[in-house]
Design a protein around this ligand. Structure first.
Ligand code: SF4
Ligand code: SF4
Length: 261
């Protein structure tokens, strides 16, 4: 989910779908393109995608990262991107693709959930306001737009159960946006602080061990209501991970934690 400045919106590919506007789309197994779109993809995974997938698959974060993820740090970037690793076989299908469709459907990533819609965040820096924006961008071979069913964006998002994904990915996008600058200094983006930050958002199991199995809670005062919440909820712990990155990488003041004296 990208931040888009108001003067860039015309350059975003696809047809912008505004609130209340309709688009035609239906995906089903009788279409000749069925399953063709789940191959050879650069499918970015956001922290909440990884959390939902690894829980759905009943894997540990380490197992999921080892088996299903490519971590890519692009030249000139300060935080890595995480891609779902496609199969090496044939036309490189997604590892979760079966002849009947997606085997992780209830936990499919945000990008898959919204396809053929792409979501961005319009960022008005003058007003300090963010607004979700949507672009209709089916693949050329996708037959879904030829189907008679029509949607407004509101109805489609509800149908795809995408709201929590949007809320979590927006929070992550706000943190990710900070990494346009280099916080690492001489240590570089592969150093210990960078590894810690990656763990906090992409390896929830290790982050849980770090928070509850180390001296973390002795070194930092975290509100007791929050401690209770993050002990039992992966989603709350992930949001705490976002806050932790702001706090320890960027030195942003936090209402939720402070260094114990
Ligand atoms: S190409 Fe489009 S219609 Fe065909 S399976 Fe994929 S999303 Fe559905
Ligand atoms: S996760 Fe599911 S919907 Fe997404 S590319 Fe893989 S098989 Fe397709």
């Amino acid at each position: 989910m990208k931040y888009i400045a108001p003067d860039q919106i015309e350059q975003v590919p696809g047809r912008q779908i505004r609130p209340g506007e309709h688009f035609a789309f239906r995906c089903h197994a009788q279409l000749s393109c069925f399953n063709q779109c789940c191959r050879h993809l650069n499918l970015f995974l956001y922290p909440y995608d990884v959390l939902c997938l690894k829980n759905h698959l009943e894997m540990t974060s380490d197992q999921f990262i080892d088996q299903h993820v490519d971590v890519v740090l692009r030249e000139g970037h300060y935080f890595p991107e995480v891609l779902l690793r496609m199969s090496e076989e044939g036309d490189h299908p997604c590892p979760f693709l079966t002849p009947q469709g997606c085997r992780v459907y209830p936990a499919r990533p945000h990008t898959c959930r919204l396809f053929p819609i792409e979501q961005g965040v319009l960022f008005d820096s003058a007003q300090k306001r963010t607004t979700p924006v949507y672009f209709f961008r089916p693949f050329d071979f996708c037959k879904g737009p030829g189907e008679p069913q029509t949607w407004t964006i509101e109805a489609y998002l509800k149908d795809q159960d995408a709201d929590t994904y949007y809320q979590m990915n927006l929070k992550w996008a706000q943190v990710r946006q900070l990494f346009q600058a280099d916080p690492w200094g001489l240590e570089g983006p592969q150093g210990p602080r960078a590894k810690m930050a990656f763990m906090a958002v992409y390896n929830i199991d290790r982050f849980r061990e770090f928070v509850f199995g180390s001296s973390f809670l002795k070194r930092y005062h975290v509100k007791s209501t929050l401690v209770k919440k993050i002990r039992h909820s992966d989603e709350a712990l992930l949001e705490f991970g976002f806050e932790w990155i702001r706090f320890f990488v960027w030195g942003k003041p936090s209402k939720q934690m402070k260094v114990r004296k």
